[in-house]
Design a protein around this ligand. Structure first.
Ligand code: ADP
Ligand code: ASP
Ligand code: MG
Length: 391
């Protein structure tokens, strides 16, 4: 008898027929005698719609209230899934994140899991139930509802699999596995890549050695097993290309160029829990007080908050203007051995140049090279880079 954690994403539970389909899948595993914990997302479109409703009322709603609001999406799905299992004659109980023992810090809308005490889950499993847990949510030690950032149901599944020491963690979605690029943009590909799962959940899996499988809930094709790379680490291996359309770029023009200024800006953003990804600072320019331009990227939903924080620093940091650009894409190639192969960056930039794509910002790490480009060029750039490395 195996203990299996199965996560079903938004499209897999997008309507009641799909939820019945999930129940039928779970029933099949149950019939083999396996114990099943099901983690579900909100039905597709529900989370986006709830965000839209809140923003119709005010542009920067309270993050605590956003968590109370967004957690309802997953709460709807757990109950419907339990009902679907009951209709097949199976014993099933739904649990919110809090009831499943998922404890987080208090950073609303992007809380981090502190620990999981799955006592209740074990008890219900032992009593013969399928246990259905709401993805994407938890609670603070003070009992406040929190959410784990967009795509956070993946993290719930991986973290629960680790806490329960599950034998298998299956991530069911609407594609057959992990490809070298999003198959909606670059069709007909194979092997491994990025972006189908929340990146935090993949980091978590790596840290705790959780091996997981990404596969489709809509057919029986084998999926992709994701585990730690053990191939010859000296070789450069490009694993995939991804396009992140969810970042925005902020440029502060004419920032006073003196020690402590960058620290002040990014400390204030950090204190407001705005995640900053790429940062570029230009050389000083102008006469008189030296000034420089600083550009950085933030998650698009945090753009308004970032602007507010920066506006609050106007007197202290003394910059000319803030320029925000939402229509950007972050194109990345992901792999191993990048650092020791300088030709990789050149090859990427050449393929972009040939496609007439201008590079706005660049960042590199041992496993990734990312560039910020115009959103309009995102998909053609992605295809060109994919063709250069993996075509
Ligand atoms: P879910 O609701 O199941 O969590 P998501 O929409 O979050 O599903 O993720 C699945 C989608 O991810 C796919 O429909 C596909 O378009 C996209 N995707 C992006 N990059 C990849 C990739 N490298 N391999 C497979 N799918 C990808
Ligand atoms: N419902 C949440 C979202 O849309 C979490 C998830 O689907 O993983 O981001
Ligand atoms: Mg997802």
């Amino acid at each position: 008898m195996a203990l299996i954690v199965q996560k079903y994403g938004g499209t897999s539970v997008g309507n009641t027929d799909r939820i019945k389909n999930v129940a039928a899948r779970v029933a099949k595993y149950r019939a083999q005698g396996d114990q099943i914990v099901v983690v579900v997302s909100a039905m597709s479109g529900v989370t986006d719609n709830l965000i839209k409703l809140a923003k119709e009322i005010m542009p920067l709603p309270s993050e605590r209230e956003m968590d109370v609001l967004l957690a309802t999406g997953e709460q709807t799905t757990i109950a419907l899934t339990a009902i679907a299992l009951h209709s097949l004659g199976l014993q099933a109980v739904s649990l919110t994140g809090a009831q499943a023992g998922i404890l987080t810090d208090g950073v609303h809308t992007k809380a981090k899991i502190q620990n999981i005490t799955p006592k209740q889950v074990h008890k219900l499993l032992d009593e013969g139930n399928v246990v259905i847990v709401a993805g994407f949510q938890g609670e603070t030690p003070e009992g406040q509802i929190t959410t784990l950032g967009r795509g956070g149901s993946d993290l719930t599944a991986i973290a629960l699999a680790a806490a329960l020491k599950a034998d298998l963690c299956q991530i069911y979605t609407d594609v057959d596995g992990v490809y070298t690029a999003d198959p909606r943009i670059v069709p007909a590909l194979a092997s491994s890549g990025a972006k189908v799962m929340q990146s935090r959940s993949v980091e978590f899996a790596k840290k705790f050695g959780v091996v997981f499988e990404v596969r489709s809930s809509l057919n029986d094709n084998p999926g992709t097993i994701v585990k730690e790379e053990t191939a010859n680490m000296e070789d450069v291996v490009i694993r995939g290309v991804s396009l992140d359309k969810n970042q925005a770029k902020v440029t502060l023009v004419g920032v006073h160029d003196r020690p402590g200024v960058a620290a002040r800006i990014f400390k204030a953003l950090g204190d407001a829990t705005v995640n900053v990804d790429m940062i570029v600072q230009n050389v000083s320019h102008g006469t008189g007080t030296p000034a420089t331009d600083i550009s950085f990227t933030v998650d698009k939903p945090d753009l308004l908050k970032a602007r507010k924080v920066i506006d609050g620093l106007t007197g202290e940091v003394g910059f000319g203007e803030i320029i925000a650009k939402e229509k950007i894409g972050k194109l990345s190639i992901v792999g191993v051995g990048m650092k020791s192969h300088s030709g990789v960056a050149a090859k990427m930039f050449e393929s972009l140049a040939k496609e007439g794509v201008n590079i706005d910002m660049i960042s590199t790490s041992e496993i990734k090279i990312s560039v910020v480009i115009d959103l309009d060029k995102g998909e053609s750039a992605m295809k060109a880079v994919h063709a250069a490395f993996l075509g």
